[in-house]
Design a protein around this ligand. Structure first.
Ligand SMILES: [Zn+2]
Length: 174
């Protein structure tokens, strides 16, 4: 069995590997250092990946593909129909702004517009939380199955990383 990490702040072992986000974190990847985030106290720290028990510290998918966007969406479920703006999108879900009244655990069918000529991306989602930031949806189907969503998120991520750091991305093998 490999080495297990624990959080330097709260010593919790629920630690997920993060994707390098800054130029210095990408540089550190050359020395087999990777960023990790604690799921308990949400602190972020760097640690060596050598000999690590990888399955116990999986990559945090929700974090690594979260990207700011501004996309029109419409949604429907039961008798409710609404529309709004997607502010933040990842393979795991999205955050939207909408005037429509929804409740936690409501399930909707989302149609996210990505451009003028493309059909909207369709995905089923559940309301996870409602806050001043907006309505957080969790996608129901494993988002990896949704090829159009995956392609769109990957394209946006590449774009976003290019804008946020001039340094080329260092591929990290798991
Ligand atoms: Zn912690």
């Amino acid at each position: 069995m490999g080495r297990l990490l624990s959080c330097p702040q709260c010593s919790h072992e629920k630690v997920l590997r993060s994707r390098p986000l800054s130029a210095s974190e990408r540089m550190a990847a050359l020395f087999l250092l990777a960023p990790f985030s604690c799921q308990h106290c949400s602190c972020r720290f760097m640690a060596s990946r050598i000999g690590l028990d990888a399955p116990r510290h999986p990559v945090d998918r929700r974090e690594h593909l979260r990207i700011p966007v501004r996309l029109y969406l419409s949604f429907s479920g039961g008798k409710v129909r609404g529309e709004g703006t997607v502010l933040d999108l990842s393979m795991g879900g999205c955050i939207i702004k909408s005037e429509t009244q929804v409740h936690v655990d409501d399930i909707f069918y989302l149609e996210i517009a990505t451009g003028q000529q493309d059909r909207p991306i369709e995905v089923a989602a559940m309301v996870r939380s409602i806050s001043s930031r907006g309505i957080a949806f969790k996608f129901l189907r494993a988002a990896q199955d949704n090829k159009r969503l995956l392609a769109f998120v990957q394209a946006q991520t590449a774009d976003h990383l290019q804008k946020s750091a001039a340094a080329p991305e260092v591929p990290v093998k798991s």
